[in-house]
Design a protein around this ligand. Sequence first.
Ligand SMILES: Cc1cc2nc3c(=O)[nH]c(=O)nc-3n(C[C@H](O)[C@H](O)[C@H](O)COP(=O)(O)OP(=O)(O)OC[C@H]3O[C@@H](n4cnc5c(N)ncnc54)[C@H](O)[C@@H]3O)c2cc1C
Length: 401
Amino acid sequence: MSAGVVIIGGGQAGAEAASALRAQGYEKPILLIGDENQAPYQRPPLSKAYLMGTLDAERLPLRAESLYDKQHIELLLGQTVVDIAAPLQRIRLRSGSVLPYEHLILATGARNRLLQIKGSERALYLRTLPDADTIRERLASATSVAVIGGGFIGLEIAAAARKLGKQVCVIEAAPRLMARAVSPLLSDFFRDAHEKEGVEILLATGIEEIEDAAIRFTDGSRRAAEVVLAGIGVVPNVELARAAGLAVGNGIAVDEFLITSDPNIFAIGDCAEFPCVFANARAGGRVRLESVQNAVDQAKCVARGIEGTPEPYRDPPWFWTDQYNYRFQMAGLSNGHDETIVRGDAASGKFTAFYFKDKRFIAADSVNRFADHIAARKILGSGTKLTPEQAGDEAFDLKRV
Ligand SMILES: Cc1cc2nc3c(=O)[nH]c(=O)nc-3n(C[C@H](O)[C@H](O)[C@H](O)COP(=O)(O)OP(=O)(O)OC[C@H]3O[C@@H](n4cnc5c(N)ncnc54)[C@H](O)[C@@H]3O)c2cc1C
């Protein structure tokens, strides 16, 4: 009997890889190893409906545990892989067990970046279900909340805390919100949205210390904060790969087939750095993305590769975030754009910003314009041409492209 596929990481990418392999007709053993105690679950609701208490924990699992049995996928939960012996095609668990593999998929994800300031031990972080439970419990008895980091997760937490009636302050070191991923237009839109809901947004602001129930800023001023939450980005889990001698950049380095520097080992999801046709070529054309779409589509790509029908990974990136009544959806990567065309009206809370580079359509950010988002994904995926004039003309049906 072949050793089959071993998947390290029981998150979105790992779980998807296991079921995609079965869907592709893979018949050899599949072992999915995760160091969390829960069967693979969705993380997106943790900062949204689950935090607000409008979605129960039973709705979080990606699939029923019985389905893993049914598909002969062996789940090993609460177990950490501590070593990969790549030349021998074996991994070792912390418990000491050594297990063979024919193909290994690294889906180790990412962990939260930690604050390095005085009093940082008082901050809470959100990545896992137990993190979300702790935050829910702490929020229940708090009136004032400070969120350090004005990225997607920080802003979703701020919106959830505000909906729960808390006094909320968001502190961001950069001069605008979500600066790493969105254009100034969207940063300004969401700043307004949060301020209208009563959230205080402090930009370009430095923190001196997290005190017992307050934040002290570098200018000496303070804000009350019985609960301090930090969402300042993540660090990919690459240590295992690096120790095994695999190439590592801003993530585990893979080629367009998502194969690492070892031909029997793949890397997918938040931990993988890959060549991306949608990335800014001037910035090297390689990216590491943190999204459900990327985890799911890369898992499917690797499953095809292992089953003998390899295709390069070319899926257009997309992402969503929910804040208040706004569903914000991104298609493509807007970094490096030189022209922005807006369809709809930001003041109405329903609009899409189409981004172009050298007249080439590269990305679209939609707020409450689902049809635009879907059309943008299709246009990017098919490589068809959309001109700035067509994008800006409401009478032009994007589906025609
Ligand atoms: C609060 C929150 C909200 C989000 N909201 C959105 C959203 O709205 N839209 C969106 O597109 N994306 C969202 N994301 C991002 C999305 O959830 C991630 O991109 C996705 O979960 C990545 O999947 P992954 O499998 O690569 O990594 P992960 O889900 O992080 O899974 C990796 C797993 O591997 C385990 N692991 C690591 N090392 C080992 C080891 N050595 N041995 C065993 N196990 C190991 C980890 O503990 C973890 O369980 C959100 C993320 C968070 C945290």
